[in-house]
Write a protein of this length. Structure first.
Length: 264
């Protein structure tokens, strides 16, 4: 196979959530649903079922580094995303890794708190922002990272711009949790200081964890395929809408929902 026909490769650096809702399992499923080969580096194991986290065990720094070294020495990784980086050592190692591999397009989902309420990430994730092409905070994460309240669309726009001015990266600020966006799901994309409002109809869906992981993985897949950042975001939001509308439900042994579970 010639280089142009090669399957693009993406990397996720995230936690292992065995329920498959979030983390590396959800990310690799998303990559592969979009025609991209998925590789993964595990930041730690999260013992989880929907709504409950029973325990978190962080990968040792040596093991974290070894996983990164193995993947990068063997695969032509075009784009990567980070999810929950569970320790400051992992953030520091990731900073060095992306400094040494500047050709990889990086998307950062700055996960701080799991949907179940437990702390996963650290606000020092911003050490990595200058290496990112895009960061995808939700409102709570943006408030913590910028230390200010975000209550209106105008606040959202200035927050997205502030990330660009402070770190030089594009920002997709997800408005999902904001009360002023009840009619539509509104996200703000700030790229090169330009603001674009992206709206899609809000869906009545059950509480699902891992929607942020899936969205950022879908954007990463687009970048690995060679789409522009804007095209990757638009494609990912459209896919998310489809996957959320067609979520799958199992009824036994507990009522369990998943995005993106099988081919439509
Ligand atoms: O959705 C945030 C998230 C990210 N990564 C892992 C998680 C969760 C939420 O539960 O478990 C591993």
């Amino acid at each position: 196979m010639s280089a142009e026909n090669e399957i693009p490769v993406a990397l996720t650096i995230a936690g292992f959530d065995g329920s498959g809702g979030a983390g590396v399992l959800a990310d690799c499923r998303t990559f592969e649903r979009l025609g991209v080969y998925g590789t993964g580096v595990i930041t730690g194991v999260v013992a989880q079922s929907p709504g409950t986290i029973a325990g978190i065990e962080v990968t040792s720094p040596g093991m974290f580094q070894a996983q990164l070294d193995e993947i990068i020495s063997s695969y032509p990784v075009k784009a990567a995303k980070t999810g929950a980086l569970l320790s400051l050592s992992e953030i520091e190692i990731a900073v060095v890794f992306f400094r040494e591999n500047p050709e990889i397009s990086l998307v950062i989902d700055p996960v701080l708190i799991a949907t179940a309420g437990d702390q996963l990430g650290h606000r020092e994730i911003d050490w990595l922002f200058p290496a990112a092409e895009l960061i995808t905070p939700n409102i709570c994460e943006a408030e913590t990272l910028l230390t200010g309240k975000i209550e209106t669309m105008a606040d959202m726009e200035s927050a997205a711009l502030k990330f660009y001015e402070s770190y030089g990266c594009a920002c997709l600020l997800k408005g999902g949790h904001l009360d002023c966006c009840t009619e539509d799901m509104v996200d703000i994309l700030c790229e090169n200081g330009e603001i674009e409002i992206l709206a899609s109809p809000r869906l009545e869906i059950p509480e699902l964890h891992g929607t942020g992981c899936t969205l950022s993985a879908a954007i990463t897949a687009g970048l690995a395929q060679g789409l522009s950042l804007r095209e990757s975001v638009i494609q990912a939001r459209a896919k998310m809408h489809e996957w959320m509308k067609n979520f799958h439900a199992w009824s036994q042994p507990a009522v369990t929902h998943a995005l993106n579970a099988i081919d439509e």
